[in-house]
Design a protein around this ligand. Structure first.
Ligand SMILES: [Zn+2]
Length: 143
């Protein structure tokens, strides 16, 4: 098996880093100075200072995908309140609005659920295999 797959496909540099490592390494709660030496086909010295609760710009761009939040009880409360308000005008309107809003609520949560069970695992898996080239800035996926 060749080690070529752990090289940047754009410039051939071995100075590549996994998103997960960049993301966790870029988050720091202390002031720190990091010096790193890369030894590969090219040689470089990295120097980075992080302070406070900052997240480096690079780490930010390598953040993992986020799961979508489902619409909770607050949304149901809004539906009930809107139905009660519309009941002041017409009892039938209250029923129609209650049903319509509840169906909308269900379909919105269905989209969230579908994203979290189908799309999110794919995106997360892709993120786990994503790399960044420190030499040319190329981003790519190694399967
Ligand atoms: Zn590169």
């Amino acid at each position: 098996m060749s080690n070529d797959r752990f090289k940047c496909p754009n410039c051939g540099s071995e100075n590549i880093q996994n998103y997960e490592v960049i993301y966790t390494g870029g988050r720091s709660s202390n002031v720190s100075t990091t010096e790193s030496v890369y030894v590969g086909s090219d040689f470089g010295v990295g120097h980075a200072t992080t302070s406070g609760n900052s997240v480096s710009h690079l780490a930010q761009t390598c953040a993992p995908p986020a799961k979508q939040e489902s619409y909770g009880c607050g949304c149901l409360l809004v539906i009930v309140v809107l139905s009660l308000v519309s009941a002041l005008f017409h009892p039938i309107a209250a029923v129609i609005i209650l049903i319509a809003l509840f169906m909308l609520y269900r379909s919105m949560n269905k989209d969230v659920e579908e994203y979290n069970t189908k799309e999110y695992p794919k995106l997360y898996n892709q993120w786990l295999h994503s790399y960044y080239c420190h030499r040319c800035g190329h981003r790519f996926i190694i399967k």
